[in-house]
Design a binder for this molecule. Sequence first.
Ligand code: AMP
Length: 283
Amino acid sequence: MEIIRKPKRMTAWVNSQAALGKTICLVPTMGYLHDGHLALVRKGCEWADHVVVSLFVNPIQFGPGEDLDSYPRSFERDAALSEKVGASVLFSPEAIDLYPKGFQTTVTVKGLTSGLCGGSRPHHFDGVTTVVAKLFHIVKPHSAVFGQKDLQQLAVIKKMVSDLNWDIDILGHPIVREADGLAMSSRNSYLNEEERLKALCLHDAIQFARKKVRAGSQNAASLEEDIECRIRGCNGVVIDYVSIVNAETLQKCSVINNDSVLALAVKIGRTRLIDNGFLKAEA
Ligand code: AMP
């Protein structure tokens, strides 16, 4: 596996592979890799001759007071894991190379970014779409894999690619969970033992909601209320949002159907966690 830092060298590598007729899949990450990230890389390996894993803690997707400075980092370990699961390149640029002095262009997807995480993290998705657009231009992938854990991000990236006529297949990968149901996340490393237990309220809420739907609940608003009430029962968990939405449009559902997803964000101590699940899926 090659480790590449400079965007120009990345593009040169890609061009040399394109000349050989090779296909490329990109897996964008912010590093501190876990099995969720590695599942994305494995999926990419099934789709393309080469997987490029990008590792970049993107400063412009963090708001003031968020965890940019404390975001966990482990470059050597990430490189070893990426190589182990079959990546051809780990692309890890410096911020100064992606955002040189005088940088003034951003990519914005309107509408889809207004609610859910976009509601509580203004400008977050502008940062995401801008960096992903740059990565797409540098790596020129045929496909890219994103996790369904970031439900809104996946919808937003699909929209950007479609709206900008980009010939890139955007592949979603199901959420990878710990044995007890907690969705894997680099930010789980912030949790102490007590908070880690409280974090199970997210998966519990999804299971609870699915059970209610199986028992006949159809009214999304009243189910949201029940879920909020259940989460509020967990001391020290602060709800950001509990929202039942259509998986693609992210519009609120009034009646629960096969495309309805429960999307959740909470804060436990200083850690913000998200999770989601289709309501008509198997528990
Ligand atoms: P991050 O490093 O958190 O920006 O995530 C990089 C990619 O990995 C994104 O597409 C995430 O949606 C995906 N991802 C993160 N955690 C998981 C998980 N538990 N299961 C599946 N995909 C994940």
